[in-house]
Ligand binder design. Structure first.
Ligand SMILES: *Cc1c(COP(=O)(O)O)cnc(C)c1O
Length: 392
């Protein structure tokens, strides 16, 4: 199939109905293993001399449809599916490092990625540093002879700070270091790191790609060589693979990603503006706000600002919790990217494991809340927030 526009590819890529009895919806190949017509076929498949399925930890037709679809969405050569975002992160990071190596990370990373980096340091002497990645010279000076991966999240959770992906990728190229980007917050509809020169992109598919809060899954995309290597090593041998049913749910969710993202972004823009004007709100952190310090960078590397807003309310932890408890429509929950608007308190939830000192340094105080703006009517989301704010 010729490459079509993004909105078309998310619906059609990777599936050919007429090869499956004309079924409009793709079949779920709920099988662990595959039957060979004769012994030689099995031998040839194991030897890599013949294409075909062997066993579902190695590959599965429903999962393969999803892998083909995410690859085209990120404009990369090959996609891999995992049982969770963290299974993807660990397969990539462990696959690209060995004892003695160094990983250079953006200022903040997802909490469990932080935990994984600590484990890699303690058990395998693979060190890491966090870096603001604001200017070229300091990035160069943070790269050591042992740096084998640059690992970035942008926007960074929950402060929404951005990293200039094109700038970092061009420096990394000089040193021959691959740049890995966790693109969960933007989805490929808003940001495509591979097009900016990065090597690997990772998703917690649990979030926007799924969009309905009913799957935990991970995806990664990169070059055919690298991804095939990872498929035969850290994916196959650690074994954090995705189930066919979850792949099917993701194929379904992804069809509506562009329309959902448009609505998430539209709603978030309206809510961010209203929050900014409200007297009970101290500060709003949203890349789509023209006062956001990296507004220009957001416009340069993202199609739109996304559906996540962080904001500080006046007061402290008590006020933040009272506000959350007064909400009726908005649900108190971690995760993001669902149809439902979700709110969480980073200092006591997603970032509770980060020592207080470090948290403060990162700009995560007790008044900070993060909201994942859903697909409801923005007027209803806002009246819930406004009523809550009037109570504190
Ligand atoms: C949720 C999340 C992860 C982890 O994904 P799981 O699917 O929960 O394993 C990694 N990175 C980011 C940015 C996330 O939001």
């Amino acid at each position: 199939m010729d490459t079509k526009r993004f909105e078309t590819e998310v619906i059609h890529r990777g599936y050919h109905a007429l090869q499956h009895h004309g079924s409009l919806s793709p079949p779920i190949f709920q099988t662990s293993t595959f039957v060979f017509d004769k012994a030689e076929t099995g031998a040839n498949r194991f030897a890599g001399e013949e294409d075909g399925y062997i066993y579902s930890r190695l590959s599965n037709p429903t999962v393969a449809m999803l892998e083909e679809r995410i690859a085209i969405m990120e404009n990369g050569e090959k996609g891999l599916a995992f049982g969770s975002g963290m299974a993807a992160v660990s397969a990539i990071l462990l696959g690209l490092t060995k004892t003695g190596d160094h990983v250079l990370c953006s200022e903040g990373v997802y909490g469990c990625t932080f935990g994984l980096l600590q484990l890699m340091e303690e058990k395998y002497h693979i060190t890491h540093d966090f870096h603001s990645m604001n200017d070229e010279e300091s990035i160069r000076s943070a790269i050591t002879d042992h740096t084998t991966v640059i690992y970035i999240e942008s926007p960074i959770n929950p402060t929404m700070k951005l990293v200039d992906l094109e700038m970092v990728a061009s420096i990394a190229k000089e040193y021959g270091i691959p740049v890995v980007v966790d693109n969960t917050f933007s989805s490929p509809y808003l940001q495509r790191p591979l097009e900016l020169g990065c090597e690997v992109v990772i998703h917690s598919a649990t979030k926007y790609l799924c969009g309905h809060g009913d799957v935990v899954g991970g995806l990664a995309v990169g070059s055919k060589d690298l991804m095939s290597h990872l498929a035969m090593t850290t994916q196959k041998d650690i074994g954090g693979i995705m189930s066919p049913f979850d792949a099917w749910l993701l194929l379904r969710g992804i069809k509506t990603l562009p329309v959902r993202m448009d609505r998430h972004c539209e709603n978030a823009k309206k809510i961010a503006r209203l929050l900014k004007e409200h007297p009970a709100v101290e500060k709003v952190l949203f890349p789509g706000d023209s006062d956001f310090p990296q507004f220009e960078l957001a416009n340069k590397q993202m199609k739109n600002a996304g559906g996540l807003i962080s904001f500080e309310i006046k007061g402290g932890k008590g006020e933040a919790q009272a506000f959350m408890n007064s909400l009726e429509l908005i649900k108190i929950a971690v995760s993001l990217g669902d149809a439902e608007t979700l709110i969480q308190h980073p200092a006591t939830m997603t970032h509770a494991v980060v020592p207080e000192e470090k948290r403060k340094q990162m700009g995560i105080n007790d008044r900070l809340l993060r909201i994942s703006v859903g697909l409801e009517a923005w007027e209803d989301i806002w009246s819930d927030i406004e009523r809550g704010l009037s109570r504190i």
